[in-house]
Design a protein. Structure first.
Length: 208
């Protein structure tokens, strides 16, 4: 005989409960979507704040007035500085080392020669005529003194001609104090030779 189930069946309107794994998956999906939504909203709010800050900064930058044009005096400063530097270099280059010159002269004075006066001036260029080179003033170096003979005067003149800072040394005058007239007779004793030598002080950097 065929078996017959006599137990009452389930009602057609009763629903079945879904399995637990499906519920967990659905709940996890909802949580992830909620977290992503919160992150998106937070990022959007931050971007909006940064955009607003950028717009404020751009407005402040646009409100800054344009700088005024530079003054003509400021634009001329580099040229003036260059001109003054060149003038200073020229002045320092033409300066005479007087301590060295006097030391050189003192080293070549013969033992039998006494100096009475010594006048020297820096070489200053004289305005040349057209086609002529600038010249230094004549007799920029003059020395006078006493000695016993004309040979001593010639020896002193030869030594001065070897001083590097002097040039064109020549004999101005040389005579015995017994026959000379003027102030030399009162400076040198009688019987001695009074002399005067003259030349030029060489400009700094000039060729020997």
């Amino acid at each position: 005989m065929r078996a017959v189930n006599l137990l009452p069946g389930q009602d057609a309107g009763e629903s079945k409960t879904p399995p637990v794994p499906i519920l967990v998956a659905c709940l996890g999906t909802v949580v992830v979507v909620a977290v992503l939504a919160l992150m998106f909203l937070s990022a959007s709010s931050k971007v909006g704040q940064e955009r607003s800050a950028l717009q404020r900064l751009q407005a402040q930058y646009a409100a800054i007035p344009a700088p005024p044009p530079p003054s003509p005096v400021v634009s001329q400063l580099p040229q003036q500085r260059q001109t003054r530097t060149a003038a200073l270099a020229t002045a320092l280059g033409g300066r005479v080392a007087w301590d060295r010159l006097l030391r050189e002269v003192s080293q070549v004075v013969p033992s039998d020669v006494w100096l009475v006066t010594l006048n020297a001036q820096s070489p200053t260029a004289v305005a040349p005529t057209r086609g002529a080179a600038p010249a230094a003033p004549a007799n920029g170096f003059v020395v006078s003194g006493c000695t016993y003979s004309q040979e001593s005067v010639a020896r002193f003149l030869a030594r001065l001609s070897l001083v590097p800072d002097l040039s064109a040394m020549t004999l101005g005058k040389s005579s015995s104090s017994t026959t000379s007239s003027g102030s030399d007779t009162s400076t040198c004793p009688k019987g001695m030779v009074t002399f005067s030598l003259q030349g030029n002080v060489r400009a700094a950097g000039a060729a020997s």
